[in-house]
Design a protein around this ligand. Sequence first.
Ligand SMILES: NC(=O)c1ccc[n+]([C@@H]2O[C@H](COP(=O)([O-])OP(=O)(O)OC[C@H]3O[C@@H](n4cnc5c(N)ncnc54)[C@H](OP(=O)(O)O)[C@@H]3O)[C@@H](O)[C@H]2O)c1
Length: 351
Amino acid sequence: MDEIKKALSEADPFASWWPFILAGVVFVIGTVRTYMGGQPCPNGNTIPDRVIVVTGAAGGIGREVCRELARRKAGCLVLACRDTEQGDALRELLRREAPDCTCEVQVLDLRSFDSVRRFVRQVQTLHPTVDALVNCAGVIFQPGGRTADGYEPHLQCNFLSHFLLTQLLRPQLLRSQHGGRVVNVSAHGYTAAKIADREDPLNVRQLATSGRDAFAHSKLAIVLASRVLARRLKAEGHQTTVNCCSPGLVRGTGHLRHSPIMKALFAKVLTFPWMWLFMKSPAQGAHTIVRLVTDPALASCNGDFFNDCERVEVSELAKDDELAERLYQASLSAVGLCETMAKEHTKGKKE
Ligand SMILES: NC(=O)c1ccc[n+]([C@@H]2O[C@H](COP(=O)([O-])OP(=O)(O)OC[C@H]3O[C@@H](n4cnc5c(N)ncnc54)[C@H](OP(=O)(O)O)[C@@H]3O)[C@@H](O)[C@H]2O)c1
């Protein structure tokens, strides 16, 4: 030990370039990680008494959204989960981290419209008002086939079921004294989406599509339909807002669990350093969603797309209002609603 101490005290750090090289490498890695982590949520305000519904609550990003909202003193979080065991584990964690926040676990399987309707009935029974709805659940590289309702799985899980959920919860959202906010989680990948036939904006007549293409299309559908709903609510004089966001590229979640490449151990090992360096953590991925739910400065922000906590322009295809209208109408009929039904439903429940 004495020898080591002596050697260290006599060591001359300027005798070699290595300490400088090492410090440079650490600095570059730190800078890259900070930059890739994105901008943190700029506000830290609390949201007491608010009732917030989060889908995909037990997943990587959804879980961090719930933890942050609970820390910010949300009144009640409705944790929409497919697997109640995961939901119960999250509720237990939140009970320890934020004892003042009430958490409810409710079953929701987005592969089934019946499950969405059952979930909505539960929420409506317990909560006359919902202050925010975070549509965070999502899948990619799902095995092909059709859901029991007859739709491509990405389209139904990522988009159609959330669309139905939002339409059915409209009365509760409109009652919110804080305006009511819908936050739809999309992805950068929406820019790669293609709609070959404008008469078929949901691509239901498209036969073979890869998981990646189906994911991109479902995320574009989210952006298009959100813009239409935002316009509709504004035109009807409501305060409720609808915005979309991308969480960025986030490591350490279950998102790629069905990816054929990422199932291989060698791919996991090879990509780990790159993911660690260039991708966000789930908590960093949650920042934009948390800002959209909590920031009072965004109370009148409607129909926009956010990335890294900032509003960004959407692609030309996502700005196509005529296509968006077609897609919105096709989505209403796909989930068994029509414009007047959605409106009447809203009016009836408001009175
Ligand atoms: N991670 C990324 O890099 C990334 C990039 C862009 C966009 N996103 C989007 O961010 C959101 C969250 O993704 P994540 O990375 O946190 O992925 P994740 O860990 O896989 O979380 C997804 C959540 O969705 C739930 N879910 C999946 N299928 C469902 C169904 N049929 N019914 C109800 N819930 C279902 C999952 O529940 P189960 O555990 O029960 O399946 C899970 O809780 C998704 O919309 C995703 O598309 C992620």
